[in-house]
Design a protein. Structure first.
Length: 121
């Protein structure tokens, strides 16, 4: 084998290795982009919904405390209405939080919204 053929063979192997490494890099970049889009579309909105649900639970706790301390029936009725509104918002939020995709099957084990309204009133 002549030096010319050896050089051509070496450059051909180097070119094939470069193409392989570049293709693998592009494939990995595509996978990373898919994961990033999944986080943007599914995870971040769910975190926001959970934060809003946490705020609703906090408001529900405060309203329940006010309900127990209030003796005026008109105030109790207003607090009952506010509690009902919060529970409806929580039910709507929980139904939005649990998508139907195959990834979310394990999150469906999460308990459904408890109808606290029926237990309280």
């Amino acid at each position: 084998m002549t030096i010319k053929k050896r050089l051509i063979f070496t450059l051909a192997v180097a070119l094939l290795a470069l193409i392989f490494v570049g293709g693998t890099g592009l494939w990995r970049l595509s996978q990373a982009q898919q994961r990033f889009e999944f986080v943007q579309v599914n995870i971040i909105p769910s975190i926001k919904e959970l934060d809003d649900a946490k705020n609703d639970v906090s408001n529900l706790k405060h309203l329940s405390f006010r309900y127990l301390l209030t003796t005026d029936s008109a105030s109790k009725a207003a607090i009952e209405q506010a509690i009902t509104d919060i529970l409806q918002r929580m039910n709507a939020r929980m139904s939005r939080m649990i998508p139907t995709g195959s990834f979310w099957k394990r999150t469906r084990r999460m308990p459904q919204p408890i109808e606290l309204h029926n237990k309280i009133f």
